[in-house]
Each structure stands twice: as structure tokens, then as C-alpha cells.
Design a protein around this ligand. Structure first.
Ligand code: FEO
Length: 170
């Protein structure tokens, strides 16, 4: 049985993951509009990853016999100031999510909920990877100044990204 405080924090994180999904789908739409299909694809895969994160917590709450409560999802920006701006905002967002996961872990620790701590460790590790991936992309984009031939090449490279549901690989 989940303690009330832990349940509330987990439900809050489901909402945050759905919000992340919504944000990345909006970024995908922005790239589609700019004719950057590879970047759009990368963001769409990111969107699917976030949905899988939300679902992982959804399933966990149900498994622990908690009540999932789905709150409204906050709005997301629809316009951006170029490719670098999108990825700076993505990094900023992922850093915020990392902080949320840390705070969620603190709630679980405070409640002596060892099962939830164990469950959350996957997200702690995932956030390291998430931030590293975006950082690497951002470094590449800054190298090519977010324009020219480099964008063309990167766009083609990002077209190859496919969604792999890592929440199932345990
Ligand atoms: Fe679910 Fe990108 O953190």
C-alpha cells in the first residue's frame, strides 16, 4: 500500500511525463513545419519515450494498489527561435525533470518506501542518459552553428532514430 504522500508525488510525475511528451510532440511539429524531417523524427521518438515513462509509473501505481489520478496537462510552446533554441529548451526541461525525479526519490526515502525507491532508480539512471543525449546533440549543433550543410547531415542522421521501449528491458 502506497502512502498518501508517495502516491500524490507519483501521480504528479505521471502528469510531468505526459507534459514532457506533449512538449516534444510540439517540437516535432515545429521541425515538420520547417521541413526538418529528421529532427521531427527525433522529437517524435522522444515523445514516445516520455509516454512510456508515464505508463511505467501508471503501471507501478496500479501494481501497488494505488489510485491513478490524471490531471490536465499544461500547455506547451508552439514556436521556437531555431534549432539550437529547441535543444536548449529540451536540455533545460530534462534538467528540471531530473530535479523532479530527485525530489520524488526524497519523498520515497522520507516515507521509508523501499519498493518505490527501487522502482525510481530506473528513472534516476534514465535521466543521466537523457541529459547526456541532449547535451551531445547540442554540442554538435553549436559546432555547426545550427545552420548550413551540417544541419542537412544531422537531419539525415536523426531520421534513423527509432523508438525502443526501454521501460520493458529490465
Ligand atoms: Fe521522462 Fe525525458 O524524462
Amino acid at each position: 500500500m502506497l502512502k498518501e504522500k508517495v502516491l500524490k508525488a507519483l501521480n504528479n510525475q505521471i502528469n510531468a511525463e505526459m507534459h514532457s511528451a506533449y512538449l516534444y510532440l510540439s517540437m516535432s511539429a515545429y521541425f515538420e513545419d520547417k521541413g526538418l524531417a529528421g529532427f521531427a523524427n527525433w522529437m517524435k521518438v522522444q515523445y514516445k519515450e516520455e509516454l512510456s515513462h508515464a505508463l511505467k509509473i501508471f503501471d507501478y501505481v496500479n501494481e501497488r494498489n494505488g489510485r491513478v489520478v490524471l490531471e490536465p496537462i499544461a500547455g506547451v510552446p508552439i514556436d521556437f527561435d531555431g534549432i539550437i533554441d529547441v535543444f536548449e529548451k529540451t536540455l533545460e526541461h530534462e534538467q528540471k525533470v531530473t530535479q523532479m525525479i530527485d525530489e520524488l526519490m526524497d519523498v520515497a526515502v522520507g516515507a521509508s518506501d523501499h519498493a518505490t525507491q527501487s522502482f525510481l532508480q530506473w528513472f534516476v539512471d534514465e535521466q543521466v542518459e537523457e541529459e547526456a543525449n541532449v547535451n551531445e546533440l547540442l554540442d554538435n549543433l553549436r559546432l555547426i552553428d545550427g545552420q548550413g550543410n551540417g544541419v542537412f547531415m544531422l537531419n539525415r542522421e536523426l531520421q534513423a532514430r527509432t523508438f525502443v521501449d526501454e521501460t520493458q528491458a529490465e
